[in-house]
Design a protein around this ligand. Structure first.
Ligand SMILES: NC(=O)c1ccc[n+]([C@@H]2O[C@H](COP(=O)([O-])OP(=O)(O)OC[C@H]3O[C@@H](n4cnc5c(N)ncnc54)[C@H](O)[C@@H]3O)[C@@H](O)[C@H]2O)c1
Length: 267
């Protein structure tokens, strides 16, 4: 077939059954709503079931298909049971967005605590690993699927006082590459998004400090912090047929943060 004869690339996700973790608010919520708006059946998975139900209702009110799933991503038994229930109701999971995440206390590395390390790693890294593993089990030998992991720009360039969070997100970037290689021959694409500061309940308390907002905005070459939809749009791209030849990749959606320092006074 010549290029001219090919049909337009589609963002139609009506054949997709997509689990989005951490979908009760923030980035996960935006991903859930956008994927539902593009036709996917969306499973709004979160450890906060009341808020997850609200998001599912919002997607349905907008004409989409969605349902909540109470899920702690650090609990493998819950993942196994929850994902089996999704398969029983909707057929197999075809897409997964791992957006559940937590931050660590803002302290210098010499004051970081082992208990905080365990908590942050268990959600951000182990949760991403376990959800990917059990979603992949429904994709292996069944036509493949798409997995999108949400890491952070912190995995690319460190911020002060966030060693535990940074370590967890660096792990997500490396895990993405490994899963991609292990599952590529089964048609499973695994990619990763590294957002800059995004206006969500997680980041809003920091951004409400005018000095922090000023410093962060100055540091971002495009001159603004992100909105949850900026990340949801990239997740949509990675799940759509547009990204069919991409796997194991890390996309910085950071307004140019990782491209360089815009404020250096060099003439
Ligand atoms: N907001 C930012 O500036 C920013 C920047 C870079 C990366 N990120 C990453 O993006 C992802 C989403 O962040 P956000 O800003 O939307 O955060 P958020 O705190 O606003 O939302 C996170 C959601 O994850 C859920 N969650 C937390 N632990 C869970 C668990 N164990 N099981 C299931 N659900 C759980 C929470 O209930 C919440 O609904 C996180 O992985 C975060 O690290 C955020």
């Amino acid at each position: 077939m010549t290029e001219q004869a090919l049909p337009p690339i589609s963002l139609d996700l009506r054949a997709q059954v997509a689990v989005v973790t951490g979908a009760a608010q923030g980035i996960g919520r935006a991903c859930a709503l956008l994927l539902a708006a593009h036709g996917a059946v969306v499973i709004v998975a979160d450890r906060n079931p009341a808020l997850a139900a609200d998001v599912a209702a919002e997607a349905i009110a907008a004409g989409g298909r969605a349902e909540p799933l109470a899920l702690d991503v650090a609990n493998e038994a819950q993942i196994v049971a929850g994902f089996a229930a999704v398969a029983a109701r909707h057929g197999r999971i075809t897409a997964l967005v791992n957006a559940a995440g937590v931050i660590s206390p803002n302290v210098p590395a010499d004051q970081a605590e082992g208990d905080d390390f365990d908590r942050v790693i268990s959600v951000n890294l182990k949760g991403t690993m376990l959800c990917g593993k059990h979603a992949a089990k429904q994709m292996l030998g069944a036509g493949g699927g798409r997995i999108v992991n949400i890491a952070s720009q912190a995995a690319l360039l460190s911020l002060p006082n966030q060693s535990l969070y940074t370590a967890s997100k660096g792990g997500v970037v490396a895990l993405t590459r490994s899963q991609a290689i292990d599952w590529a021959s089964h048609g499973i694409n695994v990619n990763c998004i590294c957002p800059t500061f995004i206006r969500t309940p997680m980041a809003e308390p920091m951004l409400q400090d005018p000095a922090v907002l000023r410093a962060v905005t100055r540091r971002i070459p495009l001159g603004r912090v992100g909105e949850p939809r900026d990340i949801a749009a990239t997740a949509l791209f990675l799940i759509s047929e547009m990204a069919s030849l991409m796997t194991g990749q890390t996309l910085a959606v950071d307004g140019g943060w990782s491209a360089g320092e815009p404020g250096l006074d060099i003439r």
